[in-house]
Design a protein around this ligand. Structure first.
Ligand SMILES: Nc1ncnc2c1ncn2[C@@H]1O[C@H](COP(=O)(O)OP(=O)(O)OP(=O)(O)O)[C@@H](O)[C@H]1O
Length: 413
């Protein structure tokens, strides 16, 4: 069995906390078996490295390892993504498609944010776990797969079960072994270690001297709560590495990067003769830009649905609110059948596959970079303000939690 230190080095895991070590040791021990593992812990604690360790130390290491963000896949397509679909099983299914459970046969699937799975998908997953059987969407033929499942969640699963959002039987099936990763505030002795590692990585990346904290600043950092855990610490290290001219970071400089405790507002926003008016004005501008982009993305999605779908009336009815929001000054309804008939022909070739549909929801490569930067800034701010709580941040930003989750992953926030 490979030693703990070797594994940590191989998977880039920093820290010496006893709970962290215990979690890694558990992963090493359970790896050669086919037992299902549930990795638990708050967002940003480093759950993703555990399934990788398990896969690479198992007899499955030469087969596929697929990591799926269950929270990032739209509900309507998740069954097809996981289990595949037959040609013609739904509008837009122009060809049969293999799902992850078929592709990963012999390997490992990591189901991140498993608590986000819709109940209908949970039933399918339970069946795979019990006897390796699954059925493609639109098929009646039972298929077999041999996949090891490692799942992760940052939810309190017992709460999700009591609210009827997660099946109890599935929970017990998934969590034969549970590996819990501690939040950063419970492993204070690792904080400075991690900061130094990130500071050195960013110094290399941005070709600048490495930043260093004064002794007092170290104490401040070690006593900070880190609601966003290691992901937040990494972001702070990056911001400091890029922004601070003086490479020795004092308490005062550091404090600017730590959202203030009481209000959870970033300290840079407030202050005596601060440019708070300018800041709030700027924030409003960003918010408008952000809303506009969301409207455009919603509209793109609706347009694609219209291009692909044949039940235009139903789509129009379902999206009445959105249409009215975007075409405020227009009449109550718009005749999409007429307005888009030409486009259907033109766009059909371009968007004839569901991956394009997904792409329509993401950011275009040629979109203005500065708007993207502002979006990131706004998301970060909102997460800070809401103490890392995605539900509240999504509400504040006016987007769904699922979209916010996707953006956090996309920008590695
Ligand atoms: N022990 C560690 N050493 C070095 N980097 C780490 C460690 N733990 C986490 N990280 C880094 O922190 C970031 C967040 O980790 P990760 O994505 O695994 O968190 P998570 O618990 O899966 O979060 P979420 O529940 O939001 O998906 C990543 O950039 C990861 O590389």
């Amino acid at each position: 069995m490979e030693s703990l230190q070797v594994i940590k080095q191989r998977f880039g895991i920093i820290g010496n906390d006893v709970h962290l070590n215990r979690a890694i040791e558990k992963a090493i021990r359970v790896a050669p078996t086919d037992i299902s593992v549930l990795v638990t812990g708050e967002s940003g604690v480093g759950k993703e490295s555990i399934p990788k360790i398990i896969h690479h130390l198992s007899h499955r290491k030469h087969a596929k390892y697929i990591a799926v963000n269950c929270g990032a896949i739209p509900e309507g397509t998740i069954d097809s993504e996981l289990f595949g679909h037959e040609k013609g099983s739904f509008t837009g299914a122009t060809a049969a498609r293999s799902g992850y459970f078929e592709v990963a046969d012999g390997g490992t699937i990591f189901l991140d944010e498993v608590g986000e799975l819709p109940l209908t998908t949970q039933v399918r997953l339970l069946r795979v776990l019990e006897n390796g059987e699954f059925i493609k969407v639109g098929s009646s033929q039972v298929q077999k797969t041999n996949v090891r499942i490692v799942a992760a969640t940052n939810l309190k699963m017992h709460e999700a079960i009591s609210k009827g959002k997660f099946r109890e039987d599935l929970y017990y099936r998934l969590s034969t072994i549970e590996i819990n990763l501690p939040p950063l505030r419970e492993r204070r002795e690792d904080i400075h270690l991690l900061f130094r590692k990130f500071a050195s990585d960013f110094a290399q990346k941005y070709k600048m001297p490495t930043v260093r904290l004064t002794d007092d600043a170290v104490k401040i950092l070690e006593n900070y709560g880190f609601p966003g855990n290691i992901r937040q610490l990494r972001n702070i290290a990056e911001q400091i590495s890029v922004v601070e001219e003086n490479r020795v970071i004092s308490t005062q400089s550091l404090m600017q990067y730590l959202p203030s405790k009481g209000t959870n507002l970033p300290s840079v926003i407030k202050g005596e003769n601060s440019k708070s008016d300018f800041n709030s004005e700027r924030e409003i501008m960003y918010k408008i830009l952000f809303d506009m982009r969301n409207d455009i993305n919603d509209l793109k999605k609706l347009t694609l649905d219209l291009m692909k779908g044949d039940n235009v009336d139903k789509l129009q009815e379902e999206n009445k609110k959105l249409i009215q929001k975007i075409y405020k000054e227009e009449k109550d309804t718009l005749d999409f059948k007429e307005e888009n008939s030409v486009e259907v022909v033109r766009f059909n070739d371009k968007y004839n596959d569901e991956n394009d549909y997904e792409f329509a929801e993401t950011i275009d490569a040629d979109e203005s970079l500065s708007i993207q930067d502002k979006e990131i800034e706004l998301i970060k701010k909102s997460l800070e303000r809401n103490n890392g709580k995605r539900k509240l941040a999504a509400k504040e930003l006016g987007i769904s939690e699922r979209t916010l989750y996707r953006k956090i992953k996309q920008y590695d926030l």
